[in-house]
Design a protein. Sequence first.
Lengths: 139, 139
Amino acid sequence: MRTEGRHILMDVSGCNPEILNNLELLKKILKEAAEYANATVLDVAFHHFTPQGVSGVVVISESHLSIHTWPEYGYAALDFYTCGDADPKTACEYVAEKLSATHIQTTEIERGIEKNERYTQEIVGKRVKEDGEKLLVLP
Amino acid sequence: MRTEGRHILMDVSGCNPEILNNLELLKKILKEAAEYANATVLDVAFHHFTPQGVSGVVVISESHLSIHTWPEYGYAALDFYTCGDADPKTACEYVAEKLSATHIQTTEIERGIEKNERYTQEIVGKRVKEDGEKLLVLP
């Protein structure tokens, strides 16, 4: 199996707090996002916090998707790591839309780049999106 | 709960292939790493691939630790995301040592930084370590 992978870290804010506090709905959204990205779901582990907030991970055959939410701030931190043909960008955009996010910031890192039998990582892009705008690539 | 978190992406190579293919041992190492980082384990989801390789995630009350291994290349990709007082660097160093890694590269990202009710992320450091050296901060 090839080692190359794409890892996107996404911080979203201005989200709907009720959605951010709904474990079952978040699980459904993340599993759908994995499907949209052409990934195969192997396992899920979700947890609801008291008084609020959810942490969840979807293990896919191409790596994982994770979410951690702070409903009180309308904020969630996600990461999508995929190998092979799965497309983490599609998964990111799908989830941000489902959470009604108005501000999105992402950093994309290439993982498992082989150089002389060492495997390294490289930051390949940063993006930001305001409500109504397209996802812009940052310099 | 505070939104600020530290997220470390770690690529390790030159690792012991037998360890990288041992699901139960990797689960033990990651749970121990969580404890070393003063994190509380809530749930785990691990999967062994055919013919080889393991994907696993430990959900902690302070976020998550994940590992994806390629025993055939002596390579593993990890990410450690912690909030509050948990220390992801300690967890990283513990795991790298347990996998007998000879080359380590990390990128550290600060998550959930509040600016005008928007929550953003920032790359705060990159490090590399060769066998026998100390973990060096990259420019």
